[in-house]
Design a protein around this ligand. Structure first.
Ligand code: BTN
Length: 318
């Protein structure tokens, strides 16, 4: 009921009377008032004026399970949320609590040892970004797990909007700089996955970056000038992720491959691929149905499933 009241207030340009809300939702005015009180205690700034009604002035930005829940329309994903004010890394939280249910979401307001890909670190100032990790228990083969990262990338792009694109495999880019990184880890045996942790870090309202990152990193705020309510963005990523994940589990990556191709800014560009064996240069021409990057080089066409890929013109490779 509270999410319905919230959506009425969000869609109104001006005050909405308690009577209007009670009529629309078929509840008493006293019940409306009780829900408004609860919304206020969750941090929503709602102005109430006698004879005018209620007006939503601001949505809370401190991360809150209740507030996320109001915008969540998933069945399983993020139905269990474990929030900490500070942690080392939400990926580590998920691993420590791997007995929790499939779909559990770990979120922290501050990571003091956030991890990036390839052994790098991930920094996100308190109160401005999103650091979260999903615990998943898919019944698929370990070699297909990296495709979950690609699916998560699509979900983030849809939720972030503003023309967000993917630098293969899983950097989310706004303009020409990185706004989000995804780190997927797993515990598996040769033929069986125990669990997967899909960690997502989004720079949301961060207002600036250290000099050495300025050319490579951005936030939704630095790109658009607008502040994004983090709780709603978290819910929106989860809402987008669930159906993509379901269809991936049932039909494989092919079900999302076309959308991934459309979002992938790497395609058609000159790339430099650095793997543990060698560095090759060529042109990225396609994404195969397993999520691999097809690169045309002078020595022929190759499919790359992992490694560091620099894209000419996108942070770093000129
Ligand atoms: C990258 O290098 O691009 C991946 C960055 C992943 C960062 C996220 S923040 C939430 C989760 N917890 C971590 O320690 N890392 C991931």
């Amino acid at each position: 009921m509270r999410s319905k009241i919230l959506s009425i207030l969000k869609n109104a340009d001006d005050y909405v009377s308690g009577e209007d809300i009670s009529r629309k939702l078929g509840i008493s005015r006293a019940a409306v008032w009780k829900h408004i009180k609860k919304l206020k205690s969750d941090g929503y700034e709602i102005i109430s004026v006698t004879n005018k009604g209620y007006k939503l002035a601001a949505v809370p930005d401190a991360i809150s399970k209740n507030v996320i829940g109001l915008s969540l329309n998933t069945e399983v994903i993020a139905r269990n949320i474990i929030y900490t004010e500070e942690t080392d890394s939400t990926n580590e939280d998920a691993k420590r609590h791997s007995s929790e249910a499939h779909g559990t979401l770990f979120i922290s307001e501050l990571q003091n040892a956030g991890k990036g890909r390839l052994g790098r670190s991930w920094e996100s100032p308190k109160g401005s970004g999103i650091c979260m990790s999903l615990l998943l228990k898919p019944d698929i083969l370990p070699q297909d797990i990296s495709q979950i990262t690609l699916i998560a990338g699509i979900a983030v792009c849809r939720a972030v909007g503003h023309g967000a694109k993917i630098k293969w495999p899983n950097d989310i880019v706004l303009g020409a700089r990185k706004v989000c990184g995804i780190l997927t880890e797993m515990s598996a045996e040769i033929n069986r996955v125990n669990y997967v942790v899909c960690g997502i870090g989004i720079n949301v309202n961060t207002s600036g970056f250290p000099k050495e990152l300025e050319d490579r990193a951005c936030s939704i705020f630095t790109e658009t000038g607008a502040r994004t309510p983090r709780n709603e963005l978290i819910a929106s990523v989860m809402n987008e992720f669930e159906p993509l994940y379901e269809s991936f589990i049932n039909n494989g990556f092919a079900s999302a491959a076309d959308e991934y191709r459309r979002l992938c800014l790497t395609l058609g560009k000159d790339v430099r691929v650095i793997s543990h064996k060698e560095t090759v240069t060529g042109t990225a021409v396609d994404i195969d149905n397993e999520g691999g990057l097809i690169v045309r080089t002078s020595a022929g066409t190759m499919s790359i499933s992992s490694g560091e890929v620099s894209v000419r013109g996108i942070y770093g490779y000129v």
